[in-house]
Ligand binder design. Structure first.
Ligand code: ATP
Ligand code: MG
Length: 363
């Protein structure tokens, strides 16, 4: 390799290693260079883009075109952090874009460099912060409320039990008392769950075998839902090592998800629990990047969730069930974030739902 080739390779490696998308345009508006991050963000291949007019490769991305044309023509640097989304096949990616003039040593402009940064994770993080904010307000409220409610509840239960002692054994009124006590206990449980959801706590960390946790839940749910004839499938990646986590909380997390699936499917429905390793996931929480994650998917072919409800699912007390508290998924979200992970949901109304939990392999 000649020294020039070596220098070229050196610079090419630098551009290719940049995590932001870099696209270079010449004075004719043709794409002369595109790095792998740009390919990923825009879903266009560098082979197809090279030498083609920017305006035709990125048809419809008017703001970007305007930016590069302006930089190339005027030598100005232009930034836009707020307004840009790039449309791919099915999704939109929010990006921040900056276009720089490409300058020669003489100061002459020979094109423009467009730098794109994927903001998906930042947007997710912003949403998580807003959510945490809502939860902490709720926490203060819940702690006060729980205290105020639990004492009178104890009073009602005690009085009902006393009444029970007074009544003759054959009295039909005893059925009513039984219902009173049961419902009081239900309110008590909701208050306690709310309190647990709202207050900070310490994780009891140990090495947790996720597949065993999931397998045990499936066995229990199979038994509990026997009347409904549900089929359960398990697809576990055997290479996944134990993760450091709170076994009790992780059990509660997956139990809530699998129970929701059991409740969503019809008679004869199908539920699949799968695990896999995602090796290249960029985490934005606490400044971590590219740590290895485990993804656990709980899929069902049940009723699905209407699009307009997806946003509210994790809000405490959101429920569509007669006997639901709507705390299940709020608790799931808390447990996932305590394990520095993420939870997401995809659903096709009428076809089914997938909840995906991602947690880092190394805690
Ligand atoms: N797998 C699923 N399929 C369809 N809808 C779901 C599924 N999981 C959750 N949902 C919807 O999300 C709502 C909220 O779920 P969440 O677990 O938080 O509360 P819940 O199940 O209603 O009550 P709880 O969990 O306290 O018994 C549910 O009422 C339901 O409408
Ligand atoms: Mg639930």
């Amino acid at each position: 390799m000649s020294p020039e080739d070596k220098t070229q390779e050196f610079y090419a490696n630098i551009i290719d290693s940049v995590g932001d998308g870099v696209i270079v345009i010449d004075l004719e508006g043709r794409v002369t260079l595109m790095n792998p991050a740009a390919e990923e963000i825009t879903a266009k291949s560098r082979r197809q883009a090279q030498g083609q007019p920017f305006s035709s490769v990125f048809r419809g991305e008017d703001i970007l075109l305007e930016m590069v044309e302006k930089s190339a023509a005027t030598g100005m640097t232009i930034s836009d952090h707020e307004n840009i989304v790039i449309r791919k096949a099915k999704q939109v990616t929010p990006v921040s874009a900056t276009s720089f003039p490409l300058l020669l040593g003489t100061g002459e402009t020979t094109g423009a460099i467009l730098v794109l940064r994927d903001l998906t994770n930042i947007r997710e993080l912003e949403e998580a912060v807003r959510h945490a904010d809502r939860l902490s307000t709720l926490g203060t409220l819940a702690a006060g409320l729980a205290h105020e409610i639990k004492n009178p509840l104890g009073g009602i239960k005690g009085a009902a039990q006393l009444l029970d002692l007074e009544l003759p054994p054959e009295s039909e009124l005893r059925d009513n008392i039984r219902i009173m006590v049961k419902e009081v206990e239900r309110v008590n449980r909701i208050v306690e769950e709310l309190l647990a959801l709202a207050s900070p706590r310490r994780l009891q960390l140990s090495k947790v075998n996720l597949h065993k946790v999931l397998g045990d839940i499936v066995i229990l749910q199979k038994r509990a839902a026997e009347g409904k004839k549900i089929s359960f499938q398990q697809q576990f990646d055997p290479s996944i090592p134990p993760i450091l986590g709170d076994e009790g909380l992780l059990t509660q997390l997956f139990l809530n998800l699998i129970k929701n699936s059991v409740e969503a499917v019809e008679e004869g429905g199908l539920i699949r629990v799968a695990s896999r390793v995602i090796s290249d996931y960029s985490m934005t929480q606490k400044g971590e990047r590219r740590s290895r994650m485990v993804a656990i998917e709980v899929w069902d072919d049940g009723s699905g969730i209407p699009k307009d409800q997806l946003e509210q699912l994790f809000t405490p007390f959101f429920t569509t069930k007669v006997k639901g508290t709507g705390l299940g998924l709020a608790i799931c979200q808390k447990i996932v974030s305590e394990h520095r992970g993420m939870i997401k949901v995809e659903s096709d109304p009428g076809k089914g739902t997938t909840f995906t939990v991602m947690v880092p392999l190394i805690q």
